[in-house]
Design a protein around this ligand. Structure first.
Ligand code: FAD
Ligand code: DHB
Length: 395
């Protein structure tokens, strides 16, 4: 058995864990990051793609935004489609802010490279992780690999291990309240080798179900189709995918997505989920380990970034000045913003998807709401300010 000491033990090397470790390093705080998967797996996993203005600022302020500024695609708005007609939501005009399209795996690559350049302690394929003593002064992370157990003694543990991680389960029974809602659909996503045929993302309402036109780079497009929650991807040939995409996305003005080689396909489930509180003893949850949003509002990775912004500031205040107040209010501070993002993600999802078997009244109401949003500068401004990212609360 080997014994290690660190100030903050971080479980998970997704955007939350890596960014936290980097932000702590900038404050002179030592951390060890434990990741179950390989570095290549983390760097290649295709997930979110839209960075809020707030997340971009955070990455720039932390000195890890150089490639993002060079390669990220600035989007000054999105388009909402209804009845084959696209309507622009001009973010910059409405809010003065924009979003940046830059793949989550690129953020992860940049953060890993920077942590390693700074001699950070990242342990990929670490083995099986468990945690102990979270209500003691010195919680421990146990890492079992090939029958050998390492003990990592920490001041604090950050559970950044995503929805399927182990940290949430380490809270004593009865401490957590769970708030959850599922949706009767999922998204079938494809990554395509084709130059985007449209400058901005298109969120399309269609009687057959929602479709989203997105992109990753000047050569790669990303498209999604609303599908059944348990859709079997093997039943979707490339031809079937393209036919459905054209049916839902083709517009009256002749715009249509350009086809290309499909590089990857997969189905993502949809769920809204929050646990409260985010802290027990010396264990703090951040990112997907504490909350999941349906992807329609593009909030998942951004919320993870906001959580670790608050957590690193709070730990910074504690180690530098001994002030515990922000750490004590971490959960409350994060949850205020998390619930606003939950509301927005639920709203965008409800506005744009087809709900099978819903009463005809609700279908009519949904169309009326969409028409109202598209006709009202006030409603569009509300959508825009949520999409580009609400300001981070002062701690
Ligand atoms: P994660 O990125 O999940 O990172 C957690 C890390 O912890 C992982 O690397 C995992 O391997 C590791 N881990 C887990 N358990 C253990 C353990 N026991 N020990 C050690 N390590 C562990 N959001 C959007 O906004 N738009 C999208 O289009 C979108 N698409 C998505 C598609 C999929 C398939 C999924 C799953 C999520 C998607 N999301 C999307 C959500 C977004 O990707 C997440 O919100 C974001 O990854 C959260 O970052 P995180 O660091 O909290 O968690
Ligand atoms: C992407 C994903 C989203 O959930 C979204 O709302 C916009 C874009 C994407 O993967 O590109």
């Amino acid at each position: 058995m080997a014994r290690f000491e660190t100030q903050v033990g971080v479980v998970g090397a997704g955007p939350a864990g890596l960014m936290l470790s980097h932000l702590l390093h900038l404050r002179g705080i030592h951390s060890i990051v434990l990741e179950a998967k390989s570095r290549a797996y983390c760097e290649e996993r295709v997930r979110a793609g839209v960075l809020e203005h707030t997340s971009v600022q955070m990455l720039n302020d932390a000195g890890v935004g150089e490639r993002l500024e060079r390669e990220g695609l600035r989007h000054d708005g999105i388009e909402l489609g209804l009845n084959g007609v696209r309507h622009r939501v001009p973010f910059v005009e409405l809010t003065g802010k924009y979003v940046t399209v830059y793949g989550q795996q690129e953020v992860v690559k940049d953060l890993i490279a920077r942590r390693l350049a700074d001699r950070g302690d990242l342990r990929f394929e670490c083995g099986e992780v468990s945690i102990e003593g979270i209500d003691s002064e010195k919680p421990r992370i146990l890492v079992n690999r090939d029958g050998q157990t390492d003990e990592i003694h920490c001041d604090y543990i950050a559970g950044c291990d995503g929805f399927h991680g182990i940290c949430r389960g380490a809270f004593p029974e009865g401490v957590l309240s769970l708030y959850e809602r599922s949706y009767p659909f999922g998204w079938l996503g494809i990554l395509v080798e084709a130059a985007p045929s449209q400058k901005e993302l298109v969120y399309m309402h269609h009687p057959r179900g929602f479709a989203l036109y997105s992109m990753r780079s000047p050569k790669i497009t990303r498209l999604y189709l609303q599908c059944k929650p348990d859709e079997d991807i093997r039943e979707w040939s490339d031809d079937r995918i393209w036919t459905e995409l054209h049916t839902r996305l083709n517009c009256e003005d002749g715009w249509r997505p350009v086809e290309g080689r499909i590089l990857q396909k997969g189905v993502t489930g949809m769920r809204s989920f929050v646990v409260e509180p985010l802290q027990y003893g010396r264990l703090f949850l951040a990112g997907d380990s504490a909350h999941i949003v349906p992807p329609t509002g593009a909030k998942g990775m951004n919320l993870a970034m906001a959580d670790v912004h608050y957590l690193s500031n709070a730990l910074g205040a504690l180690y530098v000045t001994g002030d515990e107040r922000n750490l004590k209010s971490y959960s409350e501070t994060c949850l205020r913003r998390i619930w606003k993002a939950q509301r927005f993600s639920w709203w965008m999802t409800s506005l744009l998807h087809r709900f099978e078997n819903e009463p005809a009244f609700d279908r009519k109401r949904q169309l009326a709401e969409l028409e109202y949003v598209l006709s009202s500068r006030a409603a569009l401004t509300s959508l825009a300010e949520n999409y580009v990212g609400l300001p981070l609360d002062r701690q």
